[in-house]
Design a protein around this ligand. Structure first.
Ligand SMILES: *[C@@H]1O[C@H](CO)[C@@H](O)[C@H](O)[C@H]1NC(C)=O
Ligand SMILES: *[C@@H]1O[C@H](CO)[C@@H](O)[C@H](O)[C@H]1NC(C)=O
Ligand SMILES: *[C@@H]1O[C@H](CO)[C@@H](O)[C@H](O)[C@H]1NC(C)=O
Ligand SMILES: *[C@@H]1O[C@H](CO)[C@@H](O)[C@H](O)[C@H]1NC(C)=O
Ligand SMILES: *[C@@H]1O[C@H](CO)[C@@H](O)[C@H](O)[C@H]1NC(C)=O
Ligand SMILES: *[C@@H]1O[C@H](CO)[C@@H](O)[C@H](O)[C@H]1NC(C)=O
Ligand SMILES: *[C@@H]1O[C@H](CO)[C@@H](O)[C@H](O)[C@H]1NC(C)=O
Length: 276
């Protein structure tokens, strides 16, 4: 018997094993690699989720911890403390998000009243010439003389089955004589509105439907989330994200591996893979 005939099958087996171990991970597209996961386009409704946003099918490591969105019936929502915001638009090139209060979306007279709050460390940019409006609920119009009752800007509210008078007023237009009346209201909240909504609400003829339009048009916030780091990472052909073990740290996901700031793909061929 020739020994070569015995060797051939084991050589073949060895070749297969080597091919599997060495070649396949290199040649196959690694769909689970963070670079490929984070570059995938994830949409909720017509909003495209990109860094720093995550949530829905986009893992936390592709975003920044403070920018989680939930997708409910194709409506992306930003949750902060007890307030839900509907995300109407995201412009990554200017780091601007347009949001509207979900509780005031269909009802300017909600059961539970909350002020508008957001994390001012993460959203601290341009205020876009926006204005605050104050919404006063359960105001007492049976008041002694000397205090003037505002003529317009009134809406009737049915909260907890109690009908009451409520008012909306641009916060910076509230003069002392009106303020004296508003202190008699049960509660109030403030909500930012955009520049053109503010101009409309400032007029004496502003109606409740102007108020509703202003609340559903929302307001803009500019975010700060490693903006410069992300730009550098993208310029080095990486995908921005966060470190999965220390989420407060920025991470740049590259075809050559994970990096803390920018891709350094050269000389990292061992971990290179095909882009899907
Ligand atoms: C409505 O009733 C609930 C429960 O009693 C209460 O927590 C809430 O503050 C009330 N809303 C207003 C606007 O007074
Ligand atoms: C606001 O965001 C910063 C940065 O991510 C975080 O450290 C801080 O805890 C956040 N504050 C609140 C109140 O969530
Ligand atoms: C609106 O109110 C918030 C706090 O209630 C304040 O930080 C912000 O500066 C106000 N915006 C304007 C335009 O006055
Ligand atoms: C909203 O904030 C103002 C102070 O800025 C406060 O007087 C008011 O009670 C707050 N409203 C609610 C419902 O918490
Ligand atoms: C402001 O809101 C109005 C609706 O009240 C909308 O038509 C307009 O496009 C918005 N403007 C900006 C600058 O966002
Ligand atoms: C790369 O990043 C991903 C996502 O954060 C993580 O799961 C993986 O363990 C990292 N790989 C290495 C080699 O650090
Ligand atoms: C992630 O953070 C750990 C420390 O918690 C660090 O050792 C590692 O290098 C970081 N990874 C990246 C990709 O920055």
């Amino acid at each position: 018997m020739n020994h070569r005939l015995d060797l051939t099958p084991s050589l073949f087996a060895l070749t297969v094993v080597l091919a599997t171990v060495i070649h396949f991970p290199v040649l196959r597209c690694q769909k689970t690699h963070p670079y490929n996961i984070c570059r995938q386009s994830v949409k909720c409704g017509n909003i495209q989720l990109e860094y720093p946003f995550w949530g829905s099918d986009r893992p936390a490591y592709c975003g920044h911890p403070g920018f989680q969105l939930t997708c409910q019936s194709n409506v992306p929502k930003l949750v902060y403390k007890s307030v839900n915001y509907r995300v109407l638009d995201i412009d990554s090139s200017t780091q601007t998000i347009t949001i509207a209060r979900n509780d005031l979306w269909t009802n300017d007279c909600p059961e539970y009243l909350h002020n508008t709050t957001y994390n001012s460390t993460l959203f601290n940019g341009d205020n876009f010439d926006q204005q605050n409006i104050s919404l006063y609920y359960k105001c007492d119009t049976n008041i002694p003389g000397g205090i003037s009752v505002p003529t317009g800007h009134r809406f009737s509210c049915n909260v907890n089955n109690t009908q009451s008078d409520s008012y909306f007023y641009l916060t910076n237009l509230i003069r002392p004589n009106i303020a004296n009346f508003f202190v008699l209201c049960d509660s109030y909240i403030t909500v930012p509105v955009n520049q053109s909504s503010a101009a409309r609400l400032a007029t004496s003829g502003a109606s409740r439907s102007d108020l509703s339009s202003a609340l559903t048009a929302g307001f803009n916030l500019q975010w700060t989330a490693n903006n410069d780091e992300c730009e550098q990472c993208i310029q080095s052909d990486g995908q921005c994200g966060s470190n999965s073990t220390s989420p407060d740290l920025f991470a740049c996901y590259c075809t050559g591996g994970n990096f803390s700031l920018t891709c350094n793909n050269v000389g990292e061929s061992g971990s290179n893979f095909l882009v899907c």
